[in-house]
Ligand binder design. Structure first.
Ligand code: ADP
Ligand code: GN1
Ligand code: MG
Length: 369
């Protein structure tokens, strides 16, 4: 995906935004799409938007993906209005193109979309206040509950086998074997660490096949910087990054949040001594998630929550290492070895979870409603 100012301005001009475009600069810290803060001006007043160039390497069916986003945001908007909320801030809102479409494809074939910018709210990369993390657990739990009533048959599977950990392991093994960048020799310890845990990777799918773990409409990318916290109230305001909404496991939505938010270090921290699982944060998130899902989770799902946290962390570490071995073709990087650093934090966190396993299980049991 090429980034070019003239192209992004031209793309922005295809949308029915207010007034004149003033600026359009890179924004946020997502790893997948290219995100820009678009500022427009009309009669001396500024109107901010989010412009995104969608990642076509990652998402093969962008029209299908946009249909998901449109369907889910319309559905959520109705619920927010019914509950007396603010539908312009509590869900993403697509801005249509001048010819009334949800997205724009430019002459180079790239896909673009525009959302209303949600002002006065922040996406965090590290938990600053435990209360925020509790709020985000509650919001993701509630989000899953709301989507339970969404007609799942209308959803396109935007990335097939997204959290199919055994399939991710197979892709990792292939990347090690091919070693196209000659990097495998420098990461033997990481490769061993992952291989030693192969057995555990198929458990969720096995339980699903046995009818013990339900498939649910889930978000599938529940890290802390995919939720906006209201600066004024401190409450979770809006869940964003809806590109991977599709049937999945509740324990993985829960687990991905723990992976990112209950880590005492950033996802790409180079000093591994800073990485650990914060049990107090684990506890507040668990409480929030269970409260937010309001009794919808089965006993097996609740029992499997610690497993969900460990698996999402191991899977993510494995995906970062796969991408490092393949030459950084999937996750955007901003420094040499960035994906390897990310992989190492994830594996260090898995190791710490293994040490704290009994505590994790105890907390889940005692937070159970
Ligand atoms: P990616 O898939 O690359 O992670 P996201 O959709 O998560 O892309 O967007 C990247 C970042 O842009 C978010 O973490 C957030 O900081 C910011 N962002 C996205 N949508 C909005 C919005 N509607 N209002 C304000 N900020 C947003
Ligand atoms: C990506 O899009 P973003 O940055 O929110 C990735 C997630 C990973 C995450 C790791 C579509 O999320 O699966 O867990 O990076 N999204 C996709 O930070 O692959
Ligand atoms: Mg994101």
């Amino acid at each position: 995906m090429e980034d070019n100012v003239a192209r992004r301005i031209a793309a922005a001009e295809a949308f029915a935004v207010k007034g004149e475009i003033k600026s359009c600069e890179p924004y946020g810290s997502g790893h997948i799409n290219r995100t820009f803060l678009l500022i427009c001006e009309e009669e001396g007043r500024e109107y901010p938007y989010i412009l995104q160039q969608m990642n076509q390497e990652v998402f093969k069916d962008i029209p299908g993906l946009m249909q998901n986003v449109k369907g889910v945001t319309t559905f959520l908007r109705r619920q927010i209005v019914d509950h007396g909320g603010d539908p312009d801030r509590e869900t993403l809102n697509l801005v249509l193109t001048k010819d009334g479409r949800d997205y724009h494809q430019d002459t180079w074939g790239d896909f673009w979309r525009v959302y209303l910018f949600i002002a006065g709210a922040t996406c965090y990369n590290l938990v600053e206040r435990p209360e925020d993390f509790y709020q985000s657990g509650k919001a993701f739990g509630r989000f899953q509950r709301l989507l339970a009533d969404f007609p799942a048959e209308r959803l396109t599977e935007t990335i097939p086998h997204f959290h199919d950990t055994p399939a991710r392991f197979a892709a990792f093994q292939k990347a090690v074997e091919e070693d196209c960048r000659g990097r495998a020799g420098q990461v033997e310890a990481e490769i061993r660490f992952i291989r030693e845990r192969e057995e555990e990777m198929g458990l969720a799918l096995r339980l699903q096949q046995e009818g013990k773990l339900p498939l649910r409409v889930s978000h599938n990318d529940t890290k802390l910087n995919n939720i906006m916290i209201d600066d004024a109230t401190g409450q979770a305001l809006c869940i964003i990054d809806l590109d991977t909404i599709m049937p999945g496991f509740s324990i993985f939505d829960y687990g991905d949040s723990i992976r990112f938010g209950a880590n005492t270090a950033k996802e790409d921290e180079e000093d591994l001594s800073k990485v650990s699982l914060s049990l107090p944060l684990f506890e507040v998130y668990t409480r929030g998630f269970l409260e937010g899902s309001e009794g919808r989770l089965t006993e097996t799902e609740i029992r499997m929550l610690p497993y969900g946290a460990k698996m999402m962390t191991l899977e993510c570490g494995m995906r970062f290492l796969t991408d490092h071995l393949m030459g950084d073709v999937y996750f955007h990087i901003s420094r040499e070895g960035h994906n390897l650093d990310r992989c190492r934090t994830q594996l260090a966190l898995v190791a710490d979870m293994e040490k704290k396993w009994a505590d994790m299980e105890r907390i889940v049991r005692s937070d159970q409603p």
